[in-house]
Design a protein around this ligand. Structure first.
Ligand code: SAM
Length: 228
């Protein structure tokens, strides 16, 4: 799969897949978007940030940007975070080692450790941050319905960071959202950058309560979905 590194408006990189016409982040700023959608609207939501330990599931590990930003926060606020991330098409070392997140965030060793961590194993990256990267398609996991890390009622927070619905409609389905809803704890939250009406209605149809909140620069709104 051809992936090209591009600069975004805040100086951080993103990846572009030319033949799918998708990029991994907003052209307005990759770090800025991840901080807004996943860290500020998710991790720092009042219902999440005060928990003694936080279990996070990410759909789409990608460049590891959301992962490293979350690890930085775990260390900063001295919170125990376990982070599980599902990825169908991992980057090669040649690709991830060219990304500038470690340098910009002044966290190169942390970024490298996250990428060097073995797939499909729990790895303690830092006393505050445990990582498990799962190299599988999320839609295939659903069909098997069994995975040691993916147990009902386990996750406080889900980062839903698949490619846009126009590129991958099958990942924004009621089947996937219903599965993710089952993995959340009561009062659990799913955050995503997409606020399309069809996506919100699909989430509502499986039980989520939807909050439309301001999006990152370049996007009017994003979605925070809540499990009562
Ligand atoms: C928008 S990017 C994720 C960006 C990432 N969270 C980051 O911080 O860089 C979407 C990711 O989903 C992955 N992906 C695509 N299809 C998938 C599938 N069926 N199951 C799991 N991951 C998938 C892509 O390879 C890509 O890495």
């Amino acid at each position: 799969m051809e992936r090209i590194i591009q600069l975004t408006a805040d100086g951080s990189h993103t990846l572009l897949i030319p033949n799918m016409e998708v990029s991994y982040h907003s052209k307005h700023g990759a770090i800025q978007e991840s901080m807004h959608v996943f860290i500020q609207a998710g991790l720092y939501d009042d219902r999440i940030k005060n928990l003694p330990q936080i279990n996070i599931l990410e759909i789409g590990f990608g460049t590891g940007l959301n992962t490293v930003l979350t690890a930085i926060e775990a260390i900063k606020i001295q919170k125990q975070i376990t982070f599980t991330s599902i990825e169908a098409f991992p980057l090669s070392k040649e690709e991830w080692s060219q990304l500038n997140y470690g340098a910009i965030l002044n966290q190169q060793p942390l970024f490298d450790a996250i990428h060097e961590a073995k797939w499909d194993e729990k790895v303690r990256i830092h006393p505050n941050f445990q990582l498990c990267k799962i190299n599988q398609k999320v839609n295939e996991i659903i069909n098997n319905l069994i995975h040691d890390e993916l147990v009902e009622g386990t996750y406080n927070l889900i980062y839903f960071d698949a490619f846009a619905p126009a590129a991958q409609p099958e990942l924004w389905s009621a089947e996937i959202f219903s599965y993710l809803y089952s993995l959340l704890t009561h009062n659990g939250i799913l955050v995503t950058y997409c606020s399309k009406g069809i996506v919100r209605r699909t989430m509502e149809s499986v039980g989520f309560t939807i909050e439309k909140i301001p999006g990152p620069p370049g996007k009017r709104e994003m979605v925070r979905a809540f499990k009562m």
